[in-house]
Design a protein around this ligand. Structure first.
Ligand code: 0X9
Ligand code: ZN
Length: 431
């Protein structure tokens, strides 16, 4: 619903959180017991920003000034090693992101560019325009509407060289509102595809051998809220369930997908950052993504969802520490993608592994859903740079976009060589 203003309760509408005095502390839990303990402690006192992927790996927790000392002294007593990685989240946000006036008309409806993060309206207007200008190889897909009524859109880009037998790659971004780099990387890949498909000089038979489905902004309400109210908002903007005394908004869309493991690593508490919702697939954003992917699932051979932060390619499974039967194949392609990115930027190091293998189980996420329910052979969550924060300098948008563009070429090669239809090996998993 472009050009509409949204009626939010006064307290929600008027507050802008500065994050002044919020610090980010890095801890290195050594085992499952420590991580469980830290999650409990952080839920009570602070907020988990990033969970560790392997024993001894970093876990980041953001605390307000008055809770920082309490949190630190509890950890000190337990002999846990800690590091302060962000001294003042407010200063960080202001210093690198808020160069423009929030809410100015100019910002909401800018001309599309990758020098800065763009608002919902700018992105959607650009997607519609670009589809209209290139009808021979782009189709606009109306996927559905968000809780607040914003349209959720995708693009199909490609010439379908094998007709209905053409293999495809799916990419989505922005299911978590605060992960701005996931949205800019998705739109950057759209831009590179347009360049490739529209000119002889820049054409590339590998990229053009498959079709591309890209949904750059799956959680538009949450994303807009990160611009207007809380930069570090994660969930969608679902109103609190009737009778919820805490009056907490939002469902974690990446815990709301109905598949094996739903509920694992998620919470029934509405105020939690990983609140799973009132039921599986309860959210309109979830339904929009599921419906669209299911429509094209026979062709989609590789599913990619961009998140941040951490620099990792996470393969199946996410809900269990068991590995899938075809883990080696999943790992090999992810490593090829990560290597391609590292070749573009040799300073980058991406970790590759199963999402749930070591410490951090999360069920009801899109990656498990895509592999189990949509039977897509390759499914990945890519946690984009940086290693330190959701707040990424806009000067990094194009370099990170270029890194991932290189990885997408590997995805196209594999997709083009993967048979159509469902992934047969999965029968056992579903049983
Ligand atoms: O926890 C998540 O949803 C993802 N990390 S994030 O920091 N971007 O929120 C990771 C999801 C990995 N996949 C599964 N565990 N299924
Ligand atoms: Zn995320």
């Amino acid at each position: 619903m472009l050009g509409t203003s949204y009626a939010l309760p006064v307290q929600e509408r008027d507050l802008y959180k500065t994050y002044d005095g919020y610090r980010v502390i890095r801890i290195f839990p050594r085992n499952q017991e420590e991580i469980q303990y830290l999650h409990g402690l952080a839920e009570r006192l602070c907020e988990v920003m990033k969970s560790p992927l392997y024993p001894g790996g970093p876990m980041d927790v953001m605390c307000s000034t008055n809770k920082t000392n309490e949190f630190k002294s509890i950890l000190n007593k337990r002999g846990m090693e800690i590091e302060e990685i962000i001294e003042n989240m407010g200063s960080l946000i202001r210093s690198i992101e808020t160069k423009k006036r929030r809410n100015s008309r100019k910002e909401k409806k800018a001309k599309m560019n990758w020098d800065d993060y763009q608002r919902y309206e700018t992105i959607v207007i650009w997607m519609k325009k670009t589809a209209k200008e290139n009808p021979s190889f782009i189709k606009l897909i109306k996927m559905g509407r968000s809780v607040e009524g914003r349209g959720i859109f995708g693009l199909k880009i490609g010439n379908s060289p094998l007709g209905t037998e053409t293999r495809a790659v799916w990419i989505d971004g922005g299911i978590h509102a605060r992960e701005w780099i996931a949205i800019s990387t998705s739109t950057y890949i759209i831009k590179k595809l347009i360049d490739t498909f529209s000119s002889e000089q820049t054409s590339d038979p590998v990229i053009q051998s498959v079709d591309w489905y890209i949904a750059p902004l799956l959680n538009p309400d949450g994303y807009e809220y990160t611009h207007t109210n809380k930069r570090l908002w994660r969930k969608n903007r679902r109103e609190p369930p009737v009778g919820d005394k805490k009056n907490c908004y939002g469902v974690d869309l990446n815990r709301n997908f109905g598949t094996t493991g739903f509920g694992i690593g998620a919470s029934t508490r509405t105020c939690s950052e990983v609140y799973w919702g009132t039921a599986e697939n309860s959210e309109p954003e979830t339904k929009a993504a599921e419906k669209t992917i299911l429509k094209y699932k026979n062709n989609i051979r590789v599913y990619i969802t961009f998140h941040s932060y951490g620099q990792s390619w996470l393969t199946s499974w996410g809900y269990t520490s068991d590995l899938p039967e075809d883990y080696d194949k999943l790992y090999t392609l992810a490593r090829r993608g990560a290597d391609a990115s590292e070749l573009v930027n040799p300073k980058r190091e991406y970790i590759v592994g199963a999402g749930g293998a070591a410490l951090y189980l999360a069920g009801g996420a899109t990656d498990d859903w895509a592999k189990i329910e949509a039977e897509i052979p390759y499914s990945y969550t890519v946690e984009l740079p940086t290693k330190k924060s959701f707040v990424v300098d806009p000067a990094e948008i194009i370099p990170i976009g270029e890194e991932l563009w290189a990885a997408m070429r590997e995805m196209a090669i594999e997709a083009a060589n993967t048979p159509l239809g469902k992934d047969k090996r999965l029968k056992e998993v579903k049983a």
